[in-house]
Ligand binder design. Structure first.
Ligand code: AP5
Ligand code: MG
Ligand code: ZN
Length: 214
């Protein structure tokens, strides 16, 4: 099962992708998480990506595409995967199609998690992420059991650098300009499905599962 999660920053792509990965036993591949792990480990890729991410800009396509296509070679991708935050530009989508077509593969669902910009800005200021494992919470909607502490690994929770309000506005502008065109791209391929991301987390998840199991 090969799924792409589309949606604005903070729409809940990561939250839903993680649940899908658990339910269907496929890996959750988040390019944002991969970059953050590289930044934490101070790799060359991390140093390059951080310059763009901190400004709310996209990392250049050439730093992203090979990374993801290489990841598919991992044996855990045999049954499929859920892509979160990739592709994010038309050239990335085209590169993905090309890589898949070579193997006679294709994406089955592109799920757009739809949330208006106003809701996004509110959500992001409440998001907290674990410094160690990247697990995300929301101080009101999805709080950790113990305030400021990750349920999974007991490390501390922080506001992501790029979740500062001004950077969130920039990320939204970049989304509308560079990523939103992918909605039409996948609609034209006949695999676009839109779900309401303003509902409760589990309700949005049920909508996605209903689409997949229809
Ligand atoms: P990335 O990490 O992908 O960030 P993003 O797309 O901006 O998305 P987020 O992770 O911020 O949001 P999300 O949709 O996953 O929402 P979440 O589930 O956390 O990318 C970061 C940066 O890396 C980019 O800006 C770019 O620079 C670079 N990058 C990454 N991929 C790239 C690529 N392919 N090409 C180029 N550059 C790339 O939810 C948000 C919050 O809301 C959480 O607090 C959550 O708990 C809460 N929440 C979730 N669902 C609900 C709900 N239903 N109701 C209420 N609250 C909810
Ligand atoms: Mg995410
Ligand atoms: Zn953690």
């Amino acid at each position: 099962m090969k799924i792409i999660m589309l949606g604005a920053p903070g729409a809940g792509k990561g939250t839903q992708a993680k649940k899908l990965a658990e339910k269907y036993g496929i890996p959750h591949i988040s390019t944002g998480d991969i970059f953050r792990a590289n930044i934490k480990n101070n790799t060359e890729l991390g140093q390059k990506a951080k310059v763009y991410m901190d400004q709310g800009l996209l990392v250049p396509d050439e730093l992203v595409v090979d990374l993801v296509v290489d990841r598919f070679k991992n044996p855990d991708c045999e049954k499929g995967y859920v892509l979160d935050g990739f592709p994010r530009t038309i050239p990335q989508a085209e590169a993905l199609d090309e890589a898949l077509t070579k193997n006679g593969d294709a994406i089955e669902y592109a799920i757009d998690v739809d949330v208006p910009d106003e809701d996004i800005i509110k959500r992001m200021s409440g998001r907290r992420a674990c410094v160690n494992c990247g697990e995300t919470y929301h101080i009101v909607n999805i709080p950790p059991k113990k305030e400021g502490i990750c349920d999974v690994c007991n490390n501390s929770l922080v506001l992501r650098d790029d979740d500062q309000p001004e950077t969130v506005k920039k990320r939204l502008a970049v989304y509308h300009e560079q990523t939103q065109p992918l909605i039409d791209y996948y609609r034209n391929k006949g695999i676009l499905k839109t779900v309401d991301g303003t509902k409760k987390m589990d309700e949005t998840f049920d909508e996605i599962v209903a689409i997949i199991e229809a």
